[in-house]
Design a protein around this ligand. Sequence first.
Ligand SMILES: NC(=O)c1ccc[n+]([C@@H]2O[C@H](COP(=O)([O-])OP(=O)(O)OC[C@H]3O[C@@H](n4cnc5c(N)ncnc54)[C@H](O)[C@@H]3O)[C@@H](O)[C@H]2O)c1
Length: 258
Amino acid sequence: MPYAGLSLEGKVALVTGSARGIGAALAIGLAEAGADVAVSDVPERLEDAATTKERVEALGKKCTIYALDVLDLDNIKSATDQVVEDFGSLNILISNAGIRRPKPSLEVTEADWDLVVDTNLKGVFFCAQAAARHMIAQGGGRIINIASQFSVVARENRAAYCSAKAGVANLTRVLALEWIKHGITVNAIGPGPTVTPGMMAAVPRSAEELERELAEHMPLGRRMEPEELVGAAIYLASPSASATNGHLMIVDGGWTAK
Ligand SMILES: NC(=O)c1ccc[n+]([C@@H]2O[C@H](COP(=O)([O-])OP(=O)(O)OC[C@H]3O[C@@H](n4cnc5c(N)ncnc54)[C@H](O)[C@@H]3O)[C@@H](O)[C@H]2O)c1
């Protein structure tokens, strides 16, 4: 019999950026643990979200797709309110939506900077705020922000991304301090290099370069699969994690251990 402390049965989860990649794997993983799932993404990616929805429904769980652009504060609020109206509650938020625009720092424009920081940091804050307002009214909840190994170590050509992800780690701690009195825990997961459409498109390098990078930085010796992040998310979303608060759980194959 599965350990009941890790069951998400009866819980409702909203996952941002869950049409593909890590978000899709987490949405499906939470459903496997028992949650109903609100899948969300930018309007132009909602067609991809249909696959995530099918996988969740095949597990016998409720799933609805929402257009939720984390750059649009009104949209964050209206979509979150709609989830609560449709599902009756919101117990778990996974703030996963994110982008990368690797570029040498001397070439970064204001528009590049704003896009990456607004999506990866400001969006995380306002999604948490919108969800917390409902969670406080309900008496508690779980917020999980997807950070990065670059929340704690640096990488060339990723000034805005590393700044935003470091910000997510400390934002997580601030919200954890503020909202634990309402029964809300706020934690983060810091993935290492994970095979996703966004990651593969953003890093157009030769096979030799990729191999060299893995040999130099990645003790695991390979890139991770999105499914290797699911257990961490289920734990942080579960009743078992009631005392885990403000934590950045690095799941990076040992990248930051070096
Ligand atoms: N893949 C990795 O190696 C890796 C490593 C560390 C951290 N991360 C983080 O994991 C998260 C998911 O990344 P991924 O690799 O699955 O990327 P991905 O590009 O494959 O998926 C990201 C999803 O976010 C959505 N998104 C982008 N901008 C959005 C917006 N404004 N509003 C709503 N949704 C938006 C995209 O449409 C996409 O579906 C990101 O926060 C990323 O920074 C990824």
